[in-house]
Design a binder for this molecule. Structure first.
Ligand code: C2E
Ligand code: CA
Ligand code: CA
Length: 655
């Protein structure tokens, strides 16, 4: 018989091109990838043997019979194994393939194994193919059995992808389905036109489809850095879990990437990312590097010792400058690492643990190193639920505003108070502002929160006539740096004050030192606008930030609040005491009033009085309290002052 081999030769050339393209890319170290390569090579061999076998049959008279038998037997063996190989490939794709589960594999491959054994005996039995007395090629009953075996594996694969649909991506599912349809069509055509070789065309098409949809190594590469990307990491972890090999994932999240881009420009930011990727690729431990997100890299190691070495090396490297486009820049990064063994169920779990831990590490400050363990995860979970609950509390007016009275050293009475937020949660308990305010700032919720505080304070000022009734000068309200990012902050605040019909002079807004140094121009404009309407400003937490006093001195502050930490250290060392005294004196010389926060003892209060500090705020005088308790305290103060007044008057008359 003369075969038409033109289609098969074209298919072979086509598949060879695809194979060369595949091999020219960096090879992804996964079972799926390695298996795909084997599968691809089997495809090439299958088509080659189909061509060679057919040529051998056509020229049977001129060739040794043994050679014709060998070529065709190997071809049939491969052809027969092909659908079973597809089943194993799909099995790997779903992530269900377990290496150690050999008995399950053998069970599924049993029909194939029997078929292959029978095929090996074909030279003697002639069950599959042979030659008649005239040397003509003839097919036996076994040949039809090959079709049955192929049909069996095609059917099993078809059912399997349906049952496991959830574990495959839509592209994978559709591509495998198309693969199966191609195989079936090719078999049918081959059966109808036995002399036209077609199966290779189906194989080449199927591989090309797989290659360009989800098997392309380029899809797993990060174009900018050349390391593998997030999808690559997911595949790699899936693989390690299947192998049941313990490993560690270390995530390095570069701090303040946005700031770097703003200060030095995007090209320098990109350069930083490439430098870090390059550095990680050359760390002296057995590892695989992945770019997880814009500013995050994941490094997978295979021993706790390597993981520790990596952390130490990275910390050391980040303590030195990086040369970015000719400029030396200090970078820092938070490091989170997780030990993955039996505690991990799947790759999604690893990703979700990382996604919970990285923001937690970032919230603890630059350069934080965090082990992702049960306690970290429950902490992250708590923070996540706090954020959700906080959002709900803001919507449902569930936050409380406390007032902490501020004591005037000159008048020896409370003349002001600071509004401080409180968040009580029925199950999570009391959540301190130091915990929820940074979260609210990050999510932007702080803008709404501070608006609510302002509204509440204005309402109290108006309804209880706090200033006139209790001799208070004002109430202080905290504003966050995020508030100042709003274009129309001044207009908004003024509108609220006017709407609530409150005298603007009864309000002082506290701005932290750090906020005062960010966006200086916008801040000055907003403050000036508000000052013109009568409100005043206090510089909060003085002594904790990086404020350059010459920078803040030009801002219209009326008060400076010295942070508790300054007071505490002034009581501990002589040199800190000198700094503290000089700071108080400098503020006084600038014509600003001083408030010292966190005064807890009588001794501190006496010291502050001797320095001429104007106001003090702290537990020694009064704690932050509910509005009702604050009112009661103000009533007591009023009564005490009224009781003291006749004596004062009598004293003056005697003079
Ligand atoms: P802050 O503005 O420095 O507020 C003073 C903090 O010192 C308050 O902490 C207060 O309870 C605490 N404090 C007062 N006296 C003493 C003392 O004698 N000893 C000690 N150890 N602490 C004392 P709190 O209420 O936990 O608030 C923490 C921070 O949260 C505030 O620091 C402020 O930055 C922020 N915050 C609170 N309420 C608001 C708000 O409504 N808006 C904004 N943007 N931030 C707020
Ligand atoms: Ca404050
Ligand atoms: Ca403060």
């Amino acid at each position: 018989m003369i075969y038409v081999i033109g289609y098969e030769v074209s298919a072979l050339i086509f598949l060879l091109v695809v194979t060369v393209h595949f091999l020219s890319k960096p090879q992804f170290p996964s079972v799926q990838n390695r298996y795909f390569l084997i599968f691809l090579i089997c495809g090439l061999l299958d088509i080659s043997l189909d061509i060679l076998g057919s040529i051998a049959i056509s020229y049977a008279h001129n060739l040794p019979i043994g050679l014709i038998y060998v070529v065709n037997t190997v071809f049939y063996a491969l052809q027969c194994a092909f659908p079973a190989m597809l089943l194993i490939y799909v099995w790997i794709l779903t992530g269900n393939f377990v290496f150690s589960d050999l008995w399950r594999l053998s069970l599924w491959l049993l029909p194939l194994i029997i078929g292959e054994i029978l095929l090996m005996g074909n030279y003697w039995t002639g069950w599959f193919f042979g030659f008649d007395d005239d040397g003509q090629y003839i097919r036996g009953l076994g040949y039809t059995l090959l079709y049955v075996a192929t049909g069996f594996y095609v059917a099993v694969t078809f059912i399997y992808i349906h049952v496991q649909k959830r574990k495959l991506s839509t592209t994978q599912y559709r591509t495998v389905l198309a693969f199966l349809l191609l195989v079936l069509t090719a078999l049918l055509l081959q059966y109808l036109f036995p002399h036209v070789l077609l199966t290779g065309v189906a194989i080449a098409l199927a591989f090309t489809m797989m290659y360009f949809t989800f098997q392309n190594p380029g899809e797993l590469l990060d174009a900018m850095t050349g390391v593998f990307n997030r999808s690559g990491m997911m595949l790699f972890i899936q693989d390690q879990l299947l192998k049941r090999q313990p490993f560690q994932v270390t995530v390095l999240a570069i701090d303040e990437m946005r700031k770097l881009n703003t200060l030095f420009g995007i090209p320098a930011g990109n350069e930083a990312i490439c430098r870090v990727a390059d550095y990680l690729q050359h760390v002296n431990v057995r590892s695989y590097i992945f770019r997880l997100a814009g500013d995050q890299f994941a490094v997978i190691t295979f021993s706790a010792e390597d993981c520790r070495l990596l952390r130490e090396e990275a910390q050391q490297r980040f303590s030195e400058p990086w040369s970015l486009l000719g400029v030396d820049v200090m970078l820092s990064c938070c490091i989170c690492y997780i030990d993955c063994d039996d505690n991990i169920e799947n790759e999604m779990q690893v990703l979700s643990h990382i996604e919970s831990a990285v923001p937690l590490a970032k919230s603890r400050g630059k350069g934080t190193v965090l082990e992702i363990d049960a306690s970290t995860l429950s902490q992250a979970q708590r923070e996540f639920s706090i954020e959700q609950e906080l959002r709900e509390a803001v919507e449902n007016d569930g936050l409380e505003v406390y007032l902490q009275p501020i004591y005037s050293m000159r008048e020896n009475r409370f003349t002001s108070a600071e509004a401080l937020l409180r968040f009580f949660h029925p199950t999570l308990g009391m959540i301190p502002p130091d915990q929820f305010i940074p979260m609210a700032e990050k999510s932007g919720l702080i803008v709404k929160i501070d608006e609510l505080v302002l509204q509440r304070v204005c309402r109290w000022l108006r309804e209880y006539d706090l200033c006139a009734a209790y001799g208070l000068d004002n109430i202080e309200i905290n504003l966050s740096a995020v508030d100042f990012l709003q274009d129309k902050l001044a207009e908004k605040v003024i509108a609220t004050i006017e709407k609530q019909r409150v005298d603007a002079q009864q309000l002082v807004f506290e701005i932290t030192e750090t906020a005062a140094t960010v966006s200086h121009q916008a801040l000055t404009r907003t403050m000036m606008k508000m000052c013109r309407r009568g409100v005043s400003f206090a510089l909060d937490d003085f002594g904790t930030g990086y404020a350059n006093i010459t920078q803040v001195v030009h801002l219209p502050f009326a008060l400076v609040k010295l942070d508790r930490s300054m007071l505490v250290s002034s009581m501990q060392s002589g040199s800190s005491a000198i700094v503290f005294e000089d700071t108080v004196s400098m503020i006084q010389h600038l014509g600003l009033k001083t408030v010292v926060e966190g005064v807890e003892t009588q001794e501190q209060a006496e010291m502050l009085r001797s320095l001429g500090v104007d106001y003090v705020q702290g537990y020694c005088f009064a704690r932050p309290q509910k509005f009702e308790d604050f009112l009661e305290l103000m009533e007591q103060q009023r009564a005490a002052l009224q009781a003291a007044e006749p004596q004062l008057l009598a004293g003056r008359a005697a003079e």
